[in-house]
Design a protein around this ligand. Structure first.
Ligand code: ADP
Ligand code: TRP
Length: 324
């Protein structure tokens, strides 16, 4: 099966992105029956980020994260959306098969257009560019979060409209893979961890900076000597997502016995992050500091991606009367 997913380069990746999206996708890519196409949606990020230097930094951070968590770029395909111009060409063709009301009624457009001050046409046609990303590579499976379900339905509708018009199955209809069990990782304030709420843990920062953020995790005012309820505590929840079962059971015991403060728990969380992500932190730093090494990986991927993208575009051009 061909697995494809993308992550927008609209910030540095946080623990929620890693546990909720990056690690599960890498897990799927380890199945020898799958070939995986993972890319950085840097064109989508222009909707909200106009500063080129910032975008470039975020692209490097997202790319370094995929590599830090062991994405095998030799066996798979890894690229920047902006470096494969077929994405935008495909998006134009698909725009002309997308009914206006489908976009106007999209949940994500409605939500974001209320929140953002810059409501540009890119925000409106976002799902069409996403459909192009997927259909260009004949993807069968698209692992995404629940919020992307509607975008995947739109992708299928657009592909079906093209196929119906040209009278043959030139586009592959993809299926979304939404892991309903996958939990929403809480941020340091207990809400969903998100770049836009400023409540995230960036696991790649230096030890001291990491401690500063861990210390800010919200906790109640139960005294150190009193027993505590681990099930309502954010530090415990985050710890249990990263630590082993034994370590988690031990912390639960400490909470319930009392004489164990939130400060102790935060120190343990800080340690377990450093220990569990020791290797990813090193690999991340390596690629963030060696631009050439990262660039080489991406350029190799971009060559592979273009070969596939060109074939689809050629099918589209022929079918629509634009030559091959
Ligand atoms: P953010 O909310 O930080 O802007 P994105 O919307 O860019 O994150 O999400 C990128 C990917 O990370 C998506 O697949 C999304 O489902 C996943 N993700 C983001 N935040 C979380 C979270 N708190 N818990 C689990 N998965 C998350
Ligand atoms: N819209 C996705 C998100 O915000 C990112 C994305 C862009 C994507 N193109 C894609 C995801 C294609 C999967 C497939 O998370």
């Amino acid at each position: 099966m061909r697995v494809l997913t993308g992550i927008q380069s609209s910030g540095r990746p946080h623990l929620g992105n890693i546990l909720g999206a990056i690690q599960p996708a890498i897990e799927l890519s380890r199945d020898p029956d799958n070939d995986s196409f993972f890319f950085i949606a840097d064109l989508h990020s222009l909707i909200t980020i106009k500063d080129g230097n910032l975008r470039e930094e975020y692209v490097r951070a997202i790319a370094s994260t995929w590599l830090a968590f062991g994405f095998d770029t030799d066996r798979n395909v890894f690229w920047r959306q902006s470096r494969v111009p077929e994405h935008t060409e495909m998006a134009w063709y698909l725009n002309c098969f997308t009914p206006y009301p489908m976009l106007a009624n999209a949940h994500s457009f409605k939500d974001k257009s209320e929140k953002l001050s810059d409501v540009n046409a890119g925000l409106f046609t976002y799902p069409v560019l996403q459909a192009a990303d997927i259909l260009l590579y004949d993807a069968n499976i698209v692992p995404v979060g629940k919020d992307q379900k509607q975008h995947l339905e739109m992708t299928k509708d657009i592909a079906a409209a093209v196929n119906a018009q040209v009278g043959s199955e030139i586009l592959v209809l993809p299926e979304s893979r939404i892991d309903e069990k996958l939990m929403v990782i809480p941020g340091i304030d207990g809400q969903k961890m998100s770049k836009s709420y400023g409540n995230y843990l960036d696991i790649f920062v230096g030890e001291k900076d990491l401690m500063k953020v861990v210390k800010k995790i919200l906790s109640d005012s139960t005294a150190l000597e009193d027993p505590k309820n681990p099930d309502i505590d954010i530090t415990y929840q985050l710890y249990s997502l990263i630590a082993t079962d034994e370590q988690t059971a031990e912390m639960r015991g400490n909470y319930e016995r009392g004489g164990y403060g939130y400060g102790h728990a935060k120190k343990a969380l800080h340690e377990v992050i450093l220990q569990k992500f020791k290797e990813p932190r090193e690999v991340f730093d390596y690629y963030m500091n060696d631009r050439k090494a990262l660039e080489t990986k991406l350029e190799e991927g971009e060559e592979k991606a273009r070969v596939v993208a060109r074939q689809t575009i050629s099918r589209m051009r022929q079918a629509l009367g634009y030559g091959a």
